[in-house]
Design a binder for this molecule. Structure first.
Ligand code: ADP
Ligand code: MG
Length: 325
């Protein structure tokens, strides 16, 4: 049976080697170099089995999602991700599981050029905590609190895919065979919008990643900025897989407005930069859609066929009724 140290040596020794890591895994702490004229951006997220993912999720998908949701926080801040730590609590020392988990984690880390620089390994119910660090030139970070009246509200990609996959997994609807893999990938392996976040440093007045649901997350922007927002349901971008699967009309609105886990970015663009932004978007081939605007009346309102949709106070239900965090 491998010891804690064997596990760390075998599965959690980073394969990446960034020049700004003076000392990585193996000592009491890591030593790191923050580039000149930059601020360190740091975020932590925990995934708990049965709360944030179903118990039977594959180790590859758990590792992917644990790092991807942290990378997504970097994207939302306009940060360039650099280093992460992994605190993992394991129910046993299943080496097949550990191998699959660590290989998936390492693959994604290499893809984004982020280095594992330390962590902690303990015994108990499965839980994964990743702390991620990135950089932003001083004063350039994207925050939630600077949206202004008349700014345009945008979202990247398409909305609702992850929530639809989750609803199907919960037995609330059936998915067509030709879209199961796309939708499950959207739920289990979300893409962090790092490049878009970096691009938005020059344009966005506020930004957030959509983890809890479009309305709930846009509300974080409006509350922090002391403004309100009005969005058009018809303008919200939906994937063809989402549209071709929804036979139950009653599910569409809650999935799109309150379903989470898409990890797309929701951001605001100052009205007079809007045309310049749209042109730059096309040149860079980023996929983002204007869905509404910021107004002075507090709260978030969504209209469908010119009628205000009554938005459920509670977000879409996750794996159980407990606090999801
Ligand atoms: P300490 O007792 O000083 O906290 P540990 O024995 O917990 O040290 O860890 C030894 C080294 O291995 C440290 O550098 C720590 O950061 C690293 N480490 C432990 N667990 C992990 C993990 N799951 N992933 C990456 N590095 C880890
Ligand atoms: Mg320790």
């Amino acid at each position: 049976m491998p010891s804690e140290f064997d596990i760390i040596r075998q599965y959690f020794t980073s394969k990446e080697s960034r020049a700004d890591v003076v000392l990585g895994i193996g000592d009491d702490a890591a030593i790191l170099n923050v580039p000149e004229h930059h601020e360190l951006i740091q975020s932590v997220d925990t995934l708990v089995a049965g709360i944030h993912f179903p118990g039977e999720t594959s180790p590859e998908d758990i590792a992917y999602k644990a790092l991807a949701v942290n990378l997504s926080d970097m994207a939302a801040m306009g940060a360039d991700p650099a280093w992460f730590t992994l605190a993992i609590t394991l129910p046993n020392d299943d080496e097949v599981w550990l191998k699959a988990f660590s290989e998936s984690l390492s693959l994604l880390a290499q893809q984004y050029n982020v280095q594992l620089i330390g962590g902690d390994t303990t015994h108990g119910s499965l839980s994964i905590t990743i702390t991620i660090n990135g950089f932003v030139p001083v004063g350039k970070a994207l925050t939630r609190n600077k949206a202004q009246v008349n700014d345009k509200v945008y979202v990247s990609g398409t909305i609702g895919d992850a929530a639809l996959a989750l609803a199907a997994w919960q037995g609330q609807c059936l998915l067509r065979d030709d879209s199961v893999s796309y939708l499950n990938k959207r739920l289990n392996c979300p893409t962090a919008q790092i490049e878009l976040g970096l691009f938005l440093r020059e344009y966005a007045s506020s930004c957030i990643d959509i983890s809890d649901g479009l309305i709930a997350d846009l509300q974080h922007i409006t509350e922090s900025s002391h403004v309100g927002a009005k969005i058009d349901f018809e303008k919200i971008p939906l994937s063809k897989e989402f549209c071709s699967n929804l036979t139950d009309e009653a599910l569409v609105v809650p999935l799109v407005l309150s379903g989470g886990d898409d990890y797309e970015l929701c951001f605001t663009i100052v009205a007079d930069k809007h045309v310049e932004f749209e042109n730059a978007l096309k040149v860079r081939e980023f996929n983002a859609t204007c869905i509404g605007e910021i107004e002075s009346l507090n709260g978030v309102r969504c209209f469908l066929n010119n009628q205000e949709i009554e938005i459920q106070a509670t977000g879409y239900q996750h794996f159980d009724d407990e606090f999801k965090g």
